[in-house]
Design a protein around this ligand. Structure first.
Ligand SMILES: [Zn+2]
Length: 508
């Protein structure tokens, strides 16, 4: 079983923002999850560096285009490194292997008659870098840019899309969760009710010199989308690479809803025409709306991912993103909501549970994991709750049900907190005859925390490592694939626990 997850390659006309960070964190959490499950896993991200808008942004920044794209691409890569993103490969569309691949596919499609030369006059939006049909405009304006398009007439190369339209409709209908969640599948099927126009896949160099030159006509460069989508094959070294054989067509593409059409219509038809199997799933998420309202100690722009992480911590931001947004729907970002998640879920629920459990183990057992004795019904209930929570988490997480998966884990956190109250270890400690009982209770708490560290690794890798360290396990926590790690009783009695700082400091 293999797992190949991609983010879009981000367009380098501006610095990374919250939406980029969300997509990338989701991809990272999924990649970590599948690695933990012991599956062959590959995670790809990168930058999209050609096109009108990039040239314009470089002009505004008063830099040569190549210097400009190097700078922004580097900024994306540094952001992901600072966020602890565990990508395996970072593709840039200006790299030689990508340019070679694009030209290779273009040649193939041209030779087999999927691409033709023709004249086209139409309404062009320079912001979108595409032609619009009259009926797609709103009050005569581009719906995205709210500006009237310009009529331009020029000779270009066109990709025959219509010949694959019926195939695409049937493929979507035969694979109902191929585009998910369902609302986006419905949107795509809706737009496929209209006949597909052929796609203009070239731009004349006299207007746009910054791009990949067509292999069959050096007066033109490739349209930026045709170039960009092929990155998903570049990173696998299509057509001869070992990774291509191993990971295609297992691809799980992650995108935000604004780029649904190129990924759900152009891309599968490009693959079909080139004789390549379709990807496995297109997974579409909504937007983060930034709420008006109170801002805290923020300097600069809080929706800049690096400053957000600098203020609140990587794992805190990762947890918030995954816990707060239902994948597919829009979410609301506010600093207040982030702070309240940090204080309630992380500092109070999980952080306190961890601090109290280890604190009692040090106070009553010198920080050594005791051996459990005969169990009572409330101890067996802890084991049962752990197994239920883990089973649900393992089912929900790979299905992109992140808020539900985390809420289920937090039910287990709540259960352990109540277990402390009902068993009252501080009372047991006073009673000589209750010492075996105290051993059992402490063991169940510490073993429950080991489970939590394992389950939360994909979401909060730094905190999970901290927990593993304090539980005296270190990297041995991940020595086996996740399902095996979750056999109850993995924490060995006699293990020496470690002291350390609070897991999640409370925000004032
Ligand atoms: Zn536009």
């Amino acid at each position: 079983m293999t797992f190949y997850v991609t983010t879009p390659i981000y367009y380098v006309n501006a610095e990374p923002h919250l939406g980029h960070a969300y997509t990338t964190i989701v991809a990272d959490a999924l990649a970590r999850f599948h690695r933990l499950m012991g599956e062959g896993t590959r995670f790809q991200t990168g930058t999209d560096e050609h096109g009108d808008k990039v040239m314009e942004a470089a002009r505004k920044a008063d830099l040569p285009v190549k210097d400009f794209v190097d700078r922004i691409s580097d900024s994306f890569r540094r952001t992901w490194d600072e966020l602890g993103i565990s990508y395996d490969v970072f593709v840039r569309t200006t790299q030689a292997s990508h340019q070679w691949l694009v030209r290779n596919i273009l040649n193939k499609l041209y030779d087999q008659g999927d691409i033709y030369f023709g004249e086209y006059g139409g309404l062009y939006c320079f912001g979108c870098e595409r032609f619009y049909l009259e009926r797609e405009l709103e009050d005569g304006k581009c719906p995205d840019h709210q500006s009237p398009p310009t009529f331009i007439k020029e000779e270009n190369y066109f990709f025959r899309m219509a010949r694959h339209q019926d195939w695409l409709i049937k493929y979507i209908e035969d694979h109902p969760d191929w585009i998910r969640p369902e609302r986006y599948k419905n949107e795509v099927l809706g737009s496929l009710r209209e006949p597909l126009e052929d796609l203009c896949i070239s731009r004349p160099k006299q207007r746009l010199p910054w791009g990949i030159t067509l292999p069959f006509d050096d007066r033109y460069v490739a349209y930026v989308w045709f170039d960009a989508l092929l990155n998903y094959l570049t990173g696998l070294n299509y057509p001869d690479g070992e990774n291509y054989r191993k990971f295609w067509p297992a691809a799980q593409h992650l995108i935000a809803k604004d780029i649904l059409k190129p990924h759900a219509i152009y891309w599968p038809i490009m693959l079909k025409a080139a004789g390549i199997d379709p990807f496995q799933h297109l997974n579409v998420h909504g937007y983060w709306q930034v709420a008006e309202g109170k801002m805290y100690k923020t300097v600069g722009n809080v929706v800049e991912p690096r400053s957000l992480v600098g203020l609140y911590g990587i794992d805190q931001v990762r947890y918030f993103f995954l816990r707060e947004m239902v994948f597919g729907l829009d979410g609301t970002f506010s600093e207040e909501a982030l702070r309240s998640r940090i204080n309630a879920d992380l500092a109070n629920d999980l952080g306190n549970l961890f601090a109290r459990s280890l604190g009692m183990a040090f106070k009553y057992r010198q920080g050594v994991v005791p051996a459990p004795q005969d169990t009572a019904i409330e101890d067996d209930e802890v084991v049962f709750q752990a197994q239920e929570a883990a089973a649900e988490f393992l089912r929900l997480f790979p299905e992109f049900e992140f808020p539900k998966a985390l809420a289920r884990v937090w039910e287990f956190v709540g259960h352990l907190n109540r277990y402390i109250v009902t068993t009252a270890p501080w009372e047991l400690a006073k009673d000589e005859a209750a010492q075996p009982r105290l051993d059992t209770v402490l063991y169940h708490l510490l073993e429950g925390l080991r489970w939590l560290a394992a389950l939360l690794t994909p979401v909060m890798p730094t905190s999970a490592a901290h927990m593993a360290e304090r539980l005296g396990l270190g990297a041995s926590l991940w020595a086996e694939p996740l399902p095996k790690t979750l056999d109850w009783g993995g924490l060995t009695p006699g293990t020496q626990l470690q002291k350390g700082a609070a897991l999640f400091p409370r925000l004032e």
